[in-house]
Design a protein around this ligand. Structure first.
Ligand SMILES: [Zn+2]
Length: 209
């Protein structure tokens, strides 16, 4: 169980499936954390002999500097889990504090989407002329592409979160960017499309993109 959240184990088979897909934990070289809320950093660490240790011992863990410093200054809220999921990777020297527009590789970079949390970032993947955007918690439900002012109760700054959604929609609406909604129900991938002057999210049921 996660400390403070009895019964919440995540998916115990996750690492097995990751390994079966060709990505054994020790081969992972970069971990991108969109923000430090408890449900987005759970696999940063794993419990070994009663101690939380890095799940990906050979990786650099990338945190937004503003996000990390904000939670360090004012811990709690949705980031109550820092001692178990963040401190162990910091203590192991595996963390790089980055700017919110940090480029990770030639094809992967962070996009600043603050509001849900102080230094929230989304992840943009650009490859072979195609783009995909991993939203993180910049949105929680597809309806927020139509109603950008509709927030989530846990948003740190609701007005800023809405501004971030409008910026993302302006950049990626009607462009073919594949939106990967972190919290969306399946099918969680799709496109932001304008129809008669209104914005809609068109979920894709394709398995190959
Ligand atoms: Zn969150």
């Amino acid at each position: 169980d996660m400390a403070g959240l009895p019964g919440f184990t995540g998916d115990p088979a996750f690492l097995k499936r990751l390994t079966a897909a060709g990505f054994a934990p020790e081969t992972i070289d970069i971990v991108c954390c969109t923000h430090l809320h408890f449900d987005h950093v759970g696999w940063n660490t794993k419990l070994e002999d009663g101690k939380w240790v890095p799940t990906f011992p050979n990786a650099r863990y990338l945190f937004c500097r503003a996000e990390y410093e904000s939670w360090m200054a004012e811990p709690g809220g949705y980031a109550w889990n820092l001692p178990d999921t963040v401190a162990p990777v910091v203590d192991a020297g595996l963390v790089d504090l980055v700017d919110p527009d940090h480029r990770v590789t030639s094809e992967v970079r962070f996009i600043p989407t603050p509001g849900h949390s102080p230094g929230h970032m989304s992840v943009l993947v650009e490859s072979n002329g195609a783009r995909a955007l991993i939203t993180g918690d910049a949105t929680h439900h597809p309806v927020q592409w139509a109603e950008t002012d509709w927030g989530m109760s846990g948003d740190w700054d609701g007005a800023q979160a809405a501004d971030s959604r409008r910026e993302m929609r302006a950049e990626h609406g009607d462009t073919g960017t594949l939106i990967l909604g972190t919290h969306y129900a399946a099918p969680s991938a799709g496109h932001i499309v304008s129809v008669n002057g209104e914005w809609e999210f068109h979920a894709s049921t394709e398995t190959e993109f």
